[in-house]
Each structure stands twice: as C-alpha cells, then as structure tokens.
Design a protein around this ligand. Structure first.
Ligand SMILES: [Zn+2]
Length: 270
C-alpha cells in the first residue's frame, strides 16, 4: 500500500469536504475526522453508495458532530440489485433521518453501465429525485459521460431545490448550463490534474455561491499526490488550486464554500 501524503498547511477559514467515503478510507473514521479538522476541514459529508454504506453513513452522522450523511444506491449498483424496489424502500426510510441531509450519490453512469443496465439505472435515479423532493434534501448527482441525459431526467422529473453535481466533470459550456439552472458544482482533486484544463475553465465560470469542494476520498487524490490514498485532510490542496484558478483570495473562497455547504446540507450543529 502507498504511504498517505503529508498534511498540507492548515486553512485559516474552515471549509467542508462535500463528498467523502470514510467507509472506504483506511483506518478509524474518527482519526480521519480529526486529521481533517487539524487542517481546517471541520465538516464532512459522508456519502452512501448502497444500503449497507448508507446505513453506516447515517449512523456515523448521529455520533460525529463533524459529519452529516447522504444515502443512495450508486448508479452502477442499481442495475445489479436482485430487488431494486426493496433497496429503494430502505433508502427512502433512511432519507428521513435528521442527520441525513442529502440523497446521493445517484445519477447516471454511461461509462461503467452498458445499454442493458440503463433502464434500471434511470429508474433508480428518478426514484432518488423523488426522495429529494419529498424530504426537501439535497440531491447529490454522480454523472459520468451522461451530462445530457442527467439534465433530461432532471427536467422530466422536475429538479429538487438543491442539486449538487458531485466531482464535476464537464467543460465550461456544461458548467454554464448547470449554473444557469441554479445547480451547485462540486470540484474534486481532478481540477488539479495537469490533463484537465477543461475543469479549470468550468471552475472559472462557477460563482462562489454555487461552488463546493470535495475529496471523493479515497479516490481522486489531488496533485502533487495523485495515485496515493486520498482522505478529507487533503482538501486544502484542492481549495488552494481553485483559489489560483479563480484568482480569488483564499480566505474569501473558503468562506464562500463554507456558506454554500451550509445552504446545501443545513447546519452541522443541528
Ligand atoms: Zn463518491
């Protein structure tokens, strides 16, 4: 296993990690939470991807004040489930818990799911959109190679009040389209990758009140540590890269991201 990267310099103004999978990060989740807090990443959104991890996320949010949860069936899992309806029923029930603040990650993935699985994937996405509208909670979207279809399904169902595009992967034109609709764009470590100038163009046109930052840990470790394990304490690397790209003051950017996070997911104190 590769060594975890060293901690970056702490942020002066605290931010959140808007999308993390502590259930997949090595070690005790409380250590990951403490390491993040030590560098100014004081709030985490723990994201479920199936019934088991959604339950785990909801439980963690009840015991850890720094954590709120989201619950969902991942778009690549939905088509493989023996009983999709029963799994959706459990997610709907978990979604009502007060420390569960979002429905996700759900959405469409045309990269990993082939034609045969697409009908079930879309049906699952539509059900999650409905849960977000019923509960008034944020919809957290996974969109891989499916930008146009994600927008189409949102238009057909009617989008919930808060829509977060997790690990935003579009270009400037798609970013403009999402901004126009009032969606929130969450940038991951990919925005720091040398081969991703399109993501930096997208970040440039995203206003501060629609911008979030995330690790998607343990995946997508930001530069200069690409390929090593990711965890929430590495958020400062992505935030600093975004400040450079957007030519804004780092503290101002952090304050904006923190405020957008609370608008999307509610207060961590409640
Ligand atoms: Zn994720």
């Amino acid at each position: 296993m590769k060594e975890p990267p060293p901690p970056p310099a702490p942020l002066a103004v605290p931010v959140l990690d808007a999308h993390t999978h502590l259930d997949m990060v090595d070690g005790d989740p409380r250590d990951a939470i403490a390491a993040a807090a030590a560098v100014g990443v004081t709030r985490l959104v723990q994201v479920g991807t199936d019934v088991e991890s959604s339950r785990w996320s909801a439980d963690l949010a009840q015991t850890e004040p720094a954590v709120v949860a989201t619950v969902a069936l991942h778009p690549n899992d939905a088509p493989r489930l023996a009983d999709l309806d029963e799994a959706l029923r459990v997610i709907e029930e978990l979604a009502r818990q007060p420390r569960v603040r979002g429905i996700g990650e759900t959405g469409l993935d045309h990269f990993r799911t082939g034609e045969a699985g697409r009908a079930a994937q879309e049906r699952s996405f539509r059900a999650h959109i409905q849960f977000a509208k019923d509960t008034g909670k944020a919809l957290v979207i996974h969109d891989r190679d499916a930008h146009a279809d994600v927008l189409r399904v949102l238009d057909e169902e009617g989008a919930p009040d808060t829509v977060v595009l997790h690990c935003f992967s579009g270009d400037e034109a798609f970013a403009v389209e999402c901004v126009k609709r009032g969606y929130l764009l969450s940038f991951a470590g990919t925005v720091t990758f040398t081969n991703a100038p399109n993501l930096r163009e997208a970040a440039k046109v995203t206003p501060l009140d629609q911008l979030l930052v995330e690790t998607d840990a343990p995946f997508l470790t930001p530069m200069p540590h690409r390929g090593r394990p990711n965890a929430p304490y590495l958020i400062p690397l992505t935030v600093r890269a975004l400040a450079t790209v957007k030519e804004v003051d780092l503290d101002e950017l952090c304050a904006g991201i923190a405020a957008t996070g609370e608008r999307a997911f509610g207060s961590w104190r409640a």
